[in-house]
Design a protein around this ligand. Structure first.
Ligand code: IPE
Ligand code: IPE
Ligand code: MG
Length: 265
């Protein structure tokens, strides 16, 4: 079916719609590359940062809905190690966002029993951002529901390099025999290592804005993830699109390199 996409000024084939079945398994760990804030704003003749502000509202909406659907970990890519290349004004705005976001939203997160975690090179964030992040983690640490995991100043190649350095140091100080290094040892040293092993790897990765690339996100952890790409810009992403992404996931046949037995569904 053709639908008009105002941002592209043309008719395009509409993405296939699948029906969401709440009774079918929902991915326990969903990771989202929240992209398209700048273009959302530019389409409205607004400064790019207006898109980031609006995107924060989407974060609230999607957090609440994911938690309601029974998602156990929601990882959101908020700022990459490469995003420092942006104009200072935009970077400053993005570093102020977590302060405003947590200030306003933590009481609601506590009510929803959501636990905040932030993974990334936090030591390089400005002091006020670090403080806001630490406070939010502290204030929600007793919550036992969904983990809301922000990737902030996160880059997966850097993460892997850091893990290798840590492992090398353990070998050097005779704490770790080389032969015992395996996938589990490496996974333990990645930034998702704080999660229980069965929850570290996202089952579903969503990217908004029509781009279909990974941009240095969770390179190790996505080895067997399912992908969902939507043309919607992040500020336009909503509960319905989240359900549609899960519905698409529910249709997929995850084989993990194996084959299905005859008659198996
Ligand atoms: C995603 O939106 C937010 C961040 C990367 C911080 P963008 O700012 O990348 O928006 P576009 O891709 O330029 O439209
Ligand atoms: C990826 O988006 C990073 C985040 C969403 C935080 P970018 O907009 O930075 O990625 P590229 O530059 O399009 O690959
Ligand atoms: Mg972008």
């Amino acid at each position: 079916m053709l639908r008009f996409f105002p941002e592209k000024k043309k008719y395009l084939e509409e993405e296939k719609l699948h029906e969401f079945h709440p009774e079918l398994p929902v991915p326990e760990h969903i990771a989202i590359i929240m992209d398209g804030n700048g273009r959302w704003a530019q389409n409205r003749r607004l400064p790019r940062v207006a898109g980031h502000k609006e995107g924060m509202e989407t974060v609230k909406k999607i957090t609440k809905h994911a938690s309601k659907l029974g998602v156990k970990v929601l990882t959101l890519y908020a700022f990459s190690t490469e995003n420092w290349k942006r104009p200072t004004e935009e970077v400053d705005f993005l570093m102020q966002l977590p302060v405003d976001f947590f200030d306003k939203f933590v009481p609601e997160l506590i009510k929803e029993n959501v636990k905040v975690h932030v993974m990334g090179y936090k030591e390089h964030l400005p002091a006020h951002t670090q403080k806001a992040v630490e406070r939010a983690m502290e204030q929600t640490k007793m919550n036992t529901g969904m983990i809301l995991n922000f990737a902030l100043n996160y880059g997966s190649r850097a993460e892997i390099v850091t893990a290798v350095q840590e492992i090398a140091n353990e070998v050097k100080s005779n704490q770790l025999p080389v032969e015992t290094i395996d996938e589990e040892v490496l996974a333990n040293h990645l930034m998702t290592g704080f999660l229980p092993p069965q929850l570290r790897d996202p089952a579903l990765v969503i990217r908004t804005s029509g781009e279909e690339r990974i941009s240095n996100f969770l390179l190790w952890q996505i080895a067997y993830a399912e992908f969902f790409f939507t043309r919607a810009f992040w500020p336009d992403f909503d509960e319905k699109l989240l359900e549609e992404s899960i519905a698409t996931y529910q249709q997929r046949d995850r084989r993990f390199g194996s084959v299905k037995e005859e008659g198996e569904k």
